[in-house]
Design a protein around this ligand. Sequence first.
Ligand code: OAD
Length: 242
Amino acid sequence: MEIPQEVLSVMKKAKKIAVLTGAGISAESGLITFRGKDGIWEKFDPDEVATPGAWKKDPLKVWEFHEEFRKAIAEHEPNPAHFTLAEIEKSSDDFTLITQNIDQYHQDAGSKNVIELHGNVWRVKCLKEGTVSVNKDVPMKQLPPYCSCGSMLRPDVVWFNEPLPPAALENAFKATYECDLMIVVGTSIVIYPAAMLPSFAYEHGAKIIEFNLEPTPISHLAMFSFFGKAGETLPEVWEKAR
Ligand code: OAD
């Protein structure tokens, strides 16, 4: 694979690194991405399983969708792309990983400073009390699950038409504005506000390096895009840059 010298040099010299990841980084783990051929949204209508309206109409159907996701995550594991990002963090003084993924594979691979923009499917939230707790039961003991207070629990994820967690968003913007390198991995860059981050980083002078199977709406901003499987390209590039 061709790895331009200036890309290695930028990776070596970067003082503040921000990373943005999406479902593509977990594809080689065996999880299905959202878009494209055979994507989750080809099989399911997000309006039926991932909106507040869907929840209001049929919480069991929404839970069954998330339950499938939880099973798939539990059956698979992080891949070399996740582990490489954890290694980059270890050798960097200032590193923030911003993810749209809800699978927790980054933390499972050893990443520490992770911002989850769209929540985490292993957490549940009480609708009445607003309390959040971890529930790793696979399968769930009861669907839909209930809190000890008697109220229904929902997955602690962000659905379409919902705001992102304010602290996560604020920290993501801060890391974006401050970084001198943003690495963008496995995201189609179509869902806002996450999709804004690479352009903001670029406007603030950061270099962008992208890892994806194909060009995306931010490829033209990137100093280089590595087209291929991130589980192969990212470790290879880091091996040379470290
Ligand atoms: P998408 O499914 O939209 O995009 C996945 C991206 O990963 C595409 O650009 C693929 O080309 C790329 N890709 C696939 N396999 C890859 C591999 N092995 N290596 C590198 N790249 C690969 O997923 P996201 O961009 O994460 O939100 O989608 C963003 C949000 O839309 C999700 O968080 C979710 C979804 O609807 C909510 O549910 C709120």
